[in-house]
Design a protein around this ligand. Structure first.
Ligand SMILES: Nc1nc2c(ncn2[C@@H]2O[C@H](COP(=O)(O)OP(=O)(O)OP(=O)(O)O)[C@@H](O)[C@H]2O)c(=O)[nH]1
Ligand SMILES: [Mg+2]
Length: 606
């Protein structure tokens, strides 16, 4: 297909380069460069060059490579001679037709690519451009060369050694290929003098693109995002970071994100600008390419500035754990109350990020009270967001008053309340179903339940309680969400007893218990008595859950299999009615009456 163009007139391709006409600074010289009389731009550090040297660089745009050749001796020689004369690295970008689309000049030891803007090549595709540049240092293919190759999805990176007389020595070629089992993504060819590079470029690049496209197609159609997960130890012990990674995986899976790879970095502190440090960020570029990922998720909460720095360097979408949790909540919210609360939390999360971008623009604008169109838009956006926040808060306020009304009616009826609390995915809803046969949503996902559900549970002797299932807890619950869900968790204030459900099969169940207790403590609810329910006993060897439970003064159950429920109900009965948990409860015992509350499911005697 490219062959159609080979008979076109030689010279500069008339297409606008994909990175736009006004490249701006990626490196120290990228903003410099010169534009000669004929409007031809040389990118990079042209300062101090003689006019004749600039003209020689400009002439590079008139060179053309035959379509079948990666590079020729003649072409290489032209580059090495100029490079030798000016003592700086010189390079070009060449398209599939063999036309030079870009000429750039660097320093004696490095060369910078022009700014590419945010335009990315298609998934699994190459950009259709190769870079050919000289190197004057000792390293034929630097880390930067390989990063640029991956980040810009170049067809190939070709570097040319220069001898003492300015002639090319050997050409070093690196190119991308689909990730192999050993994880390598960059392939190097053995170095050869350019004259001996007898590769048929058209055939070679066609085959490579086919191979890339094939491996890309194996991706499930309609699947969600593919993400690379990133966790930094930041001084935490290794096992804690590993547990955080396990949880981040679970969160990603719960959000419907496909996990392409997980990167764990051990460093004493996070890098204030980029979290992982700039070297690691470059590795991430290669990693994302290798796995064809379109999203990077950080376990660490990112400040608006960090998120922007990282996204700019990676040219990928970047989110943090908080945003991931917010997204999951947004997917799950069913009730009006829940939806409003999630939207409120999302807007509160977004607002400072809008503000941040605005600041950046103000700095760029720089003028005297001058406002660019972008700034005005952001101003409007921010005002809208603030207005929406105010409206949501009003609506939620009135919903809260309704809820309070319902709660006080229930209180007057004096039915004891058991609230099921616990870490997310512990089996709280499964327990509610096992106890009351309630038809509730149960799923092996984090935050399957968002909206509280209450069901009535009848004991022998005309006794009954209300059992409430609520949203699960998680470590480091994002502040915005804590705030938003305080209303939902308000119900917990009415509880006479917490059934604290623990997944006894989780290796870090003790830490999870502590997390749940901390959240309850923050809500000043640590006075409410708690019964630890060690669930999922069927996933452990016989007797293990019972031993754990006995040691902690709780009960072992399998909500799924219906094991241990009798023991649990006996404990509940003893706590609620005999041990007189609270004065309030004792008072209520005198006035147990049936009423019209939501579907009632009685459970046979305990
Ligand atoms: N093997 C086993 N699996 C269980 C048990 N209890 C719950 N599960 C499973 O654990 C997963 C989570 O159960 P849920 O009841 O949705 O957990 P939850 O605590 O309500 O979770 P969230 O609402 O997401 O916070 C589901 O796949 C259940 O089938 C149990 O006793 N044994
Ligand atoms: Mg649930």
């Amino acid at each position: 297909m490219e062959d159609r163009h080979t008979h076109e007139l030689c010279g500069r391709s008339s297409e606008t380069p994909p990175w736009g006409r006004e490249p701006t600074g990626r490196g120290p010289w990228a903003t410099l460069g010169s534009r000669g009389e004929r409007g031809i731009q040389i990118f990079g550090n042209t300062q101090g060059l003689k006019a004749s040297q600039v003209r020689a660089l400009e002439r590079l745009y008139r060179r053309r490579l035959p379509a079948g050749r990666l590079v020729t001796q003649e072409f290489a020689r032209e580059l090495t001679e100029i490079s030798h004369e000016i003592g700086r690295e010189v390079g070009v970008l060449v398209d599939r037709r063999g036309a030079v689309t870009h000429a750039m000049v660097g320093s004696p030891s490095a060369i910078e690519m022009p700014e590419w803007g945010r335009l990315r090549a298609g998934q699994g595709r190459l950009r259709g451009l190769r870079c050919v540049h000289t190197f004057l240092g000792d390293e034929p293919l630097t880390h930067d060369d390989l990063t640029d190759l991956a980040k810009l999805r170049l067809d190939a990176m070709v570097t040319l050694g220069v001898d003492a007389t300015g002639l090319p020595t050997e050409a070093h070629v690196a190119h991308l290929r689909p990730a192999k089992l050993d994880g390598t993504v960059v392939e190097r060819m053995p170095p050869r003098p350019p004259a001996l590079l007898d590769l048929d470029f058209s055939d070679w690049i066609g085959a490579l693109e086919d191979e890339l496209a094939r491996t890309t197609r194996t991706r499930a159609v309609g699947a969600g995002d593919r993400a690379v997960l990133v966790a930094v130890s930041a001084g935490r012990p290794r096992h804690e970071t590993e547990e955080a990674v396990v949880e981040l995986r679970e969160l990603a899976r719960s959000a419907g994100v496909e996990i392409a790879d997980v990167v764990m970095q051990v460093r004493p502190q996070i890098d204030p600008r980029t979290v992982v440090g700039s070297g690691r960020l470059e590795d991430l570029v290669v990693c994302a390419f290798q796995h064809d990922a379109d999203l990077v998720i950080f376990d660490h909460d990112l400040s608006p500035a960090q998120a922007r720095n990282i996204a700019e360097r990676l040219e990928l979408r970047v989110i943090d754990r908080t945003q991931l949790i917010l997204d999951i909540f947004a997917q799950r919210a069913r009730s009006r109350d829940g939806k409003l609360q999630v939207e409120l939390a999302q807007l509160k999360y977004r607002l400072p990020r809008l503000a941040q971008r605005d600041e950046g623009l103000s700095r760029l604008g720089g003028g005297i009270g001058g406002r660019g169109p972008g700034e005005q838009r952001l101003e409007v956006d921010r005002r809208r967001v603030r207005e929406r926040i105010a409206r949501l808060e009003r609506e939620l306020g009135s919903l809260r008053r309704d809820r309070e009304g319902r709660r006080s009616r229930r209180k007057r009826r004096g039915v004891p309340v058991l609230s099921i609390v616990g870490y997310t995915n512990a089996g709280k809803s499964t327990l509610l179903r096992a106890l009351t046969h309630a038809d509730v949503h149960i799923e092996d996902r984090l935050f399957a339940t968002l909206d509280p559900t209450s069901r009535r549970l009848r004991f022998p002797r005309e006794r009954e309680v209300i059992v409430t299932d609520t949203v699960g807890f998680i470590r480091d619950l994002p502040e915005d969400l804590k705030e938003a869900f305080r209303a939902t968790l308000e119900e917990l204030r009415d509880a006479d007893l917490f059934l604290h459900v623990v997944d006894a099969s989780a290796p870090d169940f003790e830490r999870r218990i502590a997390t749940v207790r901390r959240v309850l403590d923050e809500m000043q609810l640590s006075d409410t008595p708690e019964l630890l329910v060690f669930n999922q006993s069927d996933r452990l060897e016989a007797g293990v859950a019972e031993t754990i439970a006995a040691r902690a003064g709780g009960v072992a159950v399998s909500a799924l299999r219906g094991l241990g429920l009798r023991g649990l109900l006996e404990q509940v009965e003893a706590t609620v009615w005999r041990e007189a948990v609270s004065e309030r409860t004792r008072e209520r015992l005198t006035s147990l009456a049936g009423d019209e509350e939501a579907p009632v499911q009685a459970v046979g005697g305990a």
